[in-house]
Design a protein around this ligand. Sequence first.
Ligand SMILES: Cc1cc2nc3c(=O)[nH]c(=O)nc-3n(C[C@H](O)[C@H](O)[C@H](O)COP(=O)(O)OP(=O)(O)OC[C@H]3O[C@@H](n4cnc5c(N)ncnc54)[C@H](O)[C@@H]3O)c2cc1C
Length: 396
Amino acid sequence: MTTEATTTDVTRVLDLIDQLVRAHDPNGDRHEFMRAQFDMGLAWVHFPEGRGGLGLAPNLQNVIDERLDQLTPHRPRVFDILGHGMGAPMLVAHGSEAQLDRYLRPMFTGEEVWCQLFSEPNAGSDVAGLATRAIQDGEEWIVNGQKVWTTAAQLAKWGMVVTRTDPDLPKHKGMTYFLMDMEAEGVEVRPIRQITGEGEFNEVYMTDVRIPDSNRIGGRGDGWRVALTTLMNERVAIGARVAPRNSGAIADLLEVWDSTGRPADRRDEVMRLWVAAEAARLTNQRAAENRKAGTPGPEGSTAKLVFAELNKKIYELATDLMGPEGMLYDSYSFTVPDPNEEASTDVRRRFLRARANSIEGGTSEIMKNILGEQVLRLPGEPRVDKDVAWSDIPRS
Ligand SMILES: Cc1cc2nc3c(=O)[nH]c(=O)nc-3n(C[C@H](O)[C@H](O)[C@H](O)COP(=O)(O)OP(=O)(O)OC[C@H]3O[C@@H](n4cnc5c(N)ncnc54)[C@H](O)[C@@H]3O)c2cc1C
């Protein structure tokens, strides 16, 4: 595994992209083009060869994506943050060879959507307190419990599910992680309508669902370790994307600013947010350049915190500048966003959706706790239940 991209590596990937685009029609069958991209190692360039990568430096992926954007602006894309951003790096870190063979390619192409079954009605920020039970029965596990806020569960083929397998151990030690077939008997998905009107997330009920032991990721009792890898990658996937200058939320604000006649008395507010967005973008770029392959550290939590809080402020100002127009969000039909399609770009929808940014993937308060403890080395929160058997912890 290389950690820094050399000129030879850049030339190599650019040559491969030319071959890919010459041999496969980017506007033809969406899966065919992406299968070829995966097979050439251009999916996740830092992954091992044969697993969608070439074992090269992670920051080369930006070179690949930018070049593909130039050559094939209308090529198929997959917006499966749960699979691409979280499931794939989790599998590479903890999956068996057979699991990598089975799951990575159809996930990359969007043929199999993934979802994340972590949160429960009584376990969100404190996800290690979860209660979904898995009991071993020969070569299978029988799972019972309820998850909530499960994004894309109604479209997913595979769910990353964390379960309680040893209730007599302290909460972090008695969990095991599985991939659950969302089409298996006993899995019931009930959509929840959110503030945008869409049904992006769901409740998921599991009643005597049988999961083969071959779908266990990591050892029995390793669930917390595997879950942490997933969560660390989730924060990077949400907040640490390296975008071009003046793109994303700040581009929306500039567009609204232009279309509302650039009111002089609001210039300062726009400028302050532009500077903050640019500082965040450059920080993410620096972090990406230094990123080594492997599980990200607390820089993901910094990026996620800044992204969430900034996004809310940007869309608040944008809708405020729009005046009464900003309140006329007319898309309250119940739809289920497809991770293979980009979501609506309506600024008013984005304003409403941004409220979720400081909750999903860990709330802003939890990000601050992580940064306080792991980066600033402040005293930790009292954790009175840390060494107590999960089954002895009082709960409602
Ligand atoms: C759009 C969206 C999509 C989501 N998708 C998924 C998904 O696909 N899969 C999944 O598993 N989950 C998903 N979630 C759930 C998300 O991870 C949880 O909502 C989040 O972790 C918070 O948990 P909670 O809702 O139970 O709130 P709680 O943990 O009950 O928190 C309530 C409030 O208390 C604060 N708080 C809690 N503990 C502390 C503390 N120790 N210190 C300071 N403040 C604290 C929180 O910051 C928050 O303000 C999604 C959420 C949203 C909004």
